[in-house]
Design a protein around this ligand. Structure first.
Ligand code: NIG
Ligand code: FE
Length: 409
């Protein structure tokens, strides 16, 4: 195995351990280590030298006094889809709501048509391009959901694309099965029938091919209610998958309460979450995956991140990259929004896009921090410290990106 030394690090900013940081620890648990070196052994972090001592090593990167962090983790994307939806923006600007567009056959259902038409190769090429962009921005691991096929053939097509991105493309992608993303035309007006179909017909096929790690559902007014969502996630868990839920994005209909009750790994969006939902998530140890790019793009409120942190809910920040509510894969922008709109500290923001995001995709033991034994995913930033990283906006500040010990940028 080749050794690689990153020397002359001005500031190493990292969380520690493999569990999500919550409450005061989301800030205090992030260490800012000035003047150090990190030694990589193949795809693994070997040591962090804080005392000036670092071994001789043939392969050296001089960080030039810059900030170094763990590779960023985007724990919520809808990466695999056909088409785009730029034609919906004027409708939105004229006042049509997200759910109105969906109910009129647009939105997710529009992307459904384009995704069903697309071949596996086409979907692969499009997703590969996005993942390359993300790597270029310092994102080394990405969660990706199905949910634009909404039938067995097309949901599995999406999930097989994710598998190929891992196996052929070498990307670190974590697959989530989300057929319960909308009611397809074949089941119009019958969400119960569709959930039954997904649970008893599609899910077993997905499980047979081991195509996902997580199951997710869109629990929202006009989409799936809490009982339908509970059924979806209960079936998913029975097949051995971990659970996530899109909850309280528009209305607090009980999705976050359900998430805590069933011990879902994460609940996402949470713009409209109430105290009951926050208490349930804190009790259940459910991570809040907050999506500030979506709030920005839909012109909505920003989720009450501070209230969640104060109540002990671990907060992650993700892009929600998708063709409708957030056509941006820029997690650095989301970090800026986390700082400015959620009023999280730079340390809290860093934990939200590294360790807490890693835990939200069940990877807390292997990625998300710069510590011996963890996978060698690191970013050297064009930034002198963490405050600068979350302060500058709109330019890509990732200078060198290392994934599994290999310099990919
Ligand atoms: O997380 N809210 C539901 N699903 C996606 C949007 C998908 C779309 O509009 O295509 C989201 O924002
Ligand atoms: Fe989403």
């Amino acid at each position: 195995m080749d050794m690689l030394l990153i020397k002359n690090i001005g500031m190493l900013a990292t969380a520690k351990g493999s569990s999500p940081l919550c409450g005061a620890a989301q800030h205090n648990g992030v260490e800012l280590i000035r003047g150090c070196s990190v030694l990589l052994n193949g795809d693994t972090i070997q040591s962090v030298y804080t005392d000036g001592a670092a071994p001789d090593c043939g392969n050296v990167i001089d960080a030039g006094g810059a900030l170094v962090t763990a590779g960023l983790v985007d724990a919520h994307t809808h990466l695999i889809f056909g088409g785009w939806r730029q034609h919906e923006v004027p409708l939105k600007l004229r006042g049509a709501s997200y759910l109105e567009i969906l109910q009129a056959g647009g939105g997710i259902l529009n992307t459904l048509t384009a995704t069903r038409r697309a071949t596996e190769d086409e979907l692969y090429a499009r997703a590969e391009k996005v993942l390359d962009e993300m790597l270029d921005h310092g994102i080394t691991t990405v969660e990706a959901k199905s949910g634009y096929g909404l039938d067995a053939e097309n949901e599995m097509k999406q999930l097989r694309v994710i598998r190929r991105l891992k196996e052929e493309g070498g990307f670190s992608v974590v697959p989530t099965f989300m057929a319960a993303h909308a009611v397809p035309p074949e089941f119009k007006g019958d969400p119960d029938g569709y959930i039954e179909h997904v649970c008893t017909r599609i899910l077993p096929l997905v499980a047979d091919e081991e195509l996902c790690e997580f199951v997710d559902v869109f629990c929202e007014t006009g989409v799936f209610d809490t009982e339908q969502s509970r059924k979806m996630l209960t079936y998913g868990a029975a097949y051995g998958f971990k659970t996530k839920i899109h909850a309280d994005e528009i209305d607090a209909i009980g999705g976050s309460v359900l998430a805590g009750e069933i011990g879902a790994v994460s609940a996402e969006h949470l713009i409209a979450i109430d105290d009951k939902g926050i208490a349930s998530m804190a009790k259940g140890g459910t991570i809040a995956c907050l999506l500030p790019g979506t709030s920005l793009y839909l012109g909505k409120e920003f989720a009450p991140a501070r209230r969640m942190i104060e109540a002990g809910v671990p907060v992650a920040i993700c892009t929600d990259f998708n063709p409708g509510s957030c056509p941006s894969d820029d997690l650095q922008l989301c970090m800026n929004l986390g700082y400015l709109k959620y009023r999280m500290t730079p340390e809290e923001v860093l934990a939200a896009v590294t360790l807490n995001a890693a835990c939200a995709i069940n990877r807390g033991d292997s990625i998300g921090t710069v510590e011996p034994g963890k996978q060698a995913d690191l970013v050297i930033w064009d930034a002198e410290d963490l405050d600068y990283l979350v302060y500058r906006m709109g330019t890509n500040k990732a200078k060198t990106v290392i994934r599994k010990g290999i310099i990919v940028k």
